[in-house]
Design a binder for this molecule. Structure first.
Ligand code: SME
Length: 156
């Protein structure tokens, strides 16, 4: 499916406005089902005043990494760098938290509200080097749209 259709369908999910938790869950389910190399899709948000991330909605196998300190793993690094992190091969990363041997690559895109990095979308893939610039463009779009929702209770 082309990126514009994916974006349009994300907007339709958001427009159906069934409550923010349901919307985030639907986005996870949609991306995981629609994009074959997305094997786990989840949202992490800052855990209130703590310098750690807390897992919110996700689609895929449950993970024990529901709390991640800032700086730790790919997710924790994005919490402090404020930058996209595209890892085409996780075996090349020292600061990486494994969610199982099947995961070969990962992409994490931060979510900004009023210029503050308040969370992120995290994708795991079971194949090496699946991600292109289009993944970053699509996921940045998702993060920008999610940032417009009433999500303050998820990170404050
Ligand atoms: N691999 C991540 C941990 C979270 S799981 O992918 C769901 C990391 O290194 O931060």
């Amino acid at each position: 499916m082309d990126i514009n259709t994916l974006k349009k369908n994300i907007l339709n999910i958001i427009a159906s406005n069934t409550g923010v938790e349901t919307t985030l869950q639907s986005i996870c389910n949609y991306l995981k089902n629609e994009i074959e190399y997305y094997d786990w899709v989840g949202f992490y948000f800052k855990n209130g005043a703590k310098d750690e991330l807390k897992l919110a909605q996700f689609s895929g196998e449950p993970t024990e990494h529901t709390l991640i300190p800032f700086g730790k793993g790919i997710c924790g690094q994005v919490a402090v760098s404020n930058k996209n992190f595209v890892v085409q091969d996780v075996s090349e990363q020292d600061n990486y938290i494994s969610c199982g041997w099947k995961v070969k690559s990962e992409i994490v895109i931060p979510i900004f509200v009023n210029g503050k990095n308040i969370g992120q979308i995290d994708i795991d893939s079971h194949i090496v080097s699946p991600f292109t610039k289009d993944d970053e463009i699509l996921l940045e779009f998702v993060c920008e749209e999610v940032a417009k929702l009433n999500i303050a209770h998820l990170y404050q």
